[in-house]
Design a protein around this ligand. Structure first.
Ligand SMILES: Cc1cc2nc3c(=O)[nH]c(=O)nc-3n(C[C@H](O)[C@H](O)[C@H](O)COP(=O)(O)O)c2cc1C
Length: 199
């Protein structure tokens, strides 16, 4: 039976009213509307302590890092919407990516969960450039640190407190088109990568 390409969506913020959660949810809905199998996750459901090597030596990796890694493993492409904190990645997302990178199942190459799937990025901010600078740090962590393939296409939503309508869509039609393109390219790249893996 042919494998269905599956995409996972989450935000680098656990805040209830998070603008980036809204963006992740919208990207997820765009995927589903295009017939792509999609899952929406919330990092608030995967709390982890701040990474500490002594803690890891004593207790191993947190169960939530293992659970999140398992969830990532059953998806071929991952979209992350990350807020910009002081022109960089949020501590929540960095800590989560760090811990997940420490989980290694038996016989698995280091960082396999990052190296065998494709990522796409988005950001939303009340500011004028939409959190774009933070994505440089997210990209650096994923590409240079964790060996992931990250699509060059990305979306940054400026003035995000006013950017969404009541249905959760982006009011700006051009931004909506950019989001659709990012999601479709992610699905295509995930499909190709999956095929190459099986080859
Ligand atoms: C510690 C901190 C640093 C921030 N730095 C930036 C920043 O550099 N650029 C920016 O556009 N917004 C910055 N913000 C504002 C966030 O973009 C805003 O709080 C946003 O709503 C957070 O994302 P969320 O709504 O998904 O939680 C910062 C917020 C915090 C708490």
């Amino acid at each position: 039976m042919p494998h269905t390409t599956r995409l996972l969506f989450f935000a680098g913020s656990a805040r209830e009213g998070s603008l980036n959660k809204r963006l992740a949810r919208l990207a997820h809905d765009v995927a589903e509307a295009n017939g792509i199998a999609a899952t929406l996750a919330d990092l608030g459901d995967y709390p982890m302590p701040i990474y500490d090597g002594d803690l890891e030596e004593r207790e191993g990796q947190p169960d939530n890092a293992k659970k999140l890694k398992s969830l990532m493993s059953v998806h071929d492409g991952i979209f992350i919407a990350c807020p910009e904190y002081n022109a960089s990645i949020t501590p929540l997302l960095k800590n989560t990516l760090d811990w997940v990178g420490r989980v290694k199942d038996q016989g698995e190459a280091p960082l396999a969960v990052y190296k065998t799937r494709v990522f796409a990025l988005g950001s939303a901010s009340p500011g004028a450039i939409g959190g774009l600078r933070g994505l440089i740090a997210v990209r650096q962590t994923l590409e240079l640190g964790l060996g992931a393939l990250v699509l060059p296409d990305q979306i940054a939503v400026p003035r995000a407190t006013e950017a969404f309508d009541d249905d959760g869509h982006l009011k700006d039609k051009m931004l909506m088109e950019i989001l659709k393109t990012v999601v479709q390219k992610l699905a295509r790249a995930a499909h190709v990568m999956r095929g190459e893996e099986g080859a």
